[in-house]
Design a protein around this ligand. Sequence first.
Ligand code: NAP
Length: 342
Amino acid sequence: MTTKQRVLLLGATGETGRSILQGLLEDGESFEVEVLVRPSSTTKPAVKALAERGVNIRVADITGPIEDLVKVLSGIDVLISVIDAGSQLAQIQLATAAKEAGVKRFIPCAFITVAPPGGVMALRDSKEQVYQHIRKLYLPHTIIDVGFWYQISFPTVPSGRADYTAIIKPNAAIHGDGKTPTILIDREDIGRFVARIVKDNRTLNKSVIAYGDVLSENEVFGTMERLSGEKIERQYVSRAIRCDFRTQRFQISTDDIMSARAETAAAAKADPTNTFAGMMAWLQDYNYSKYVRGDNTLAHATYLGYLDARELYPDFQPKGFEHFVRDVLDGKGEKRQAISLR
Ligand SMILES: NC(=O)c1ccc[n+]([C@@H]2O[C@H](COP(=O)([O-])OP(=O)(O)OC[C@H]3O[C@@H](n4cnc5c(N)ncnc54)[C@H](OP(=O)(O)O)[C@@H]3O)[C@@H](O)[C@H]2O)c1
């Protein structure tokens, strides 16, 4: 009989965390799963629901005294953090405590697109500060990135039948020529990948990219049109071709994407307490990285040293984008409060 790994999950009530909890619970032969909740959230219905499912809850303030945190982490084999995007640096003390508590593997909160550190995406850079701290501690770890969720990557259709699950409605924005490929995933598959990755010695101290499909925006729009039978009026966020008459060389201009990114970054910097401005700035960074630089591809993941989860686990067939779109059009997506542009 093999011993189960004791896994502690921070963020189990969040969007990504729910998927990871599900993936771990589905593999009950491998894991004893517990969740870490901050004191102010213990009375939330979502936390109570976890307790009702029989999940053990450990309570800790990760910004509180480190000795308390070390105690809470005692006996944990794998610590997984899926903290919200704005709280990345709170993981620095968590990593220090994990090292002191003898945690065998820390999964810091990565779970974004492939991009190099150093000024491309502010969010990626805040995660990188945590990774650097982990490496200085020589804390065993695995970084898991996943591309962009299908759930926030599809355009709406004119009839409005996809609006109930859209993040912005209507949304027909397409960037540049729409040809740049980008790595995508069904958020619900993240947990199934994580459950495989955290018990695999090949992934220790490595980065892993997990994904369902790699598609350009033209392919994403084409799938939505083909399956819905509706024509989507594309709104091009320009990447016009400009000519430098002095050198007589043609160049791709990235004006719209770049100016939107500069504007939102300035607004977020001017008022760091404005979480909406911060979120918009991350979104523009994603657009810049995915569609202007074209970072979020498998070739770049390989260059940056990621292992490919699809090659590591050929037995697991993640949901394809086409299947996801069928579900959306059949009304099987989750209901969301969209930002309405109507
Ligand atoms: N690849 C993509 O397309 C994509 C999309 C969205 C997000 N992401 C990434 O995924 C990560 C998770 O995002 P998400 O949207 O899933 O998060 P989320 O839904 O906002 O959930 C965050 C979770 O962290 C918990 N949490 C926050 N602060 C905590 C603290 N101090 N102590 C303990 N728990 C704490 C929250 O619990 P309570 O607030 O209830 O305490 C909640 O369970 C982010 O870092 C983001 O970069 C990626």
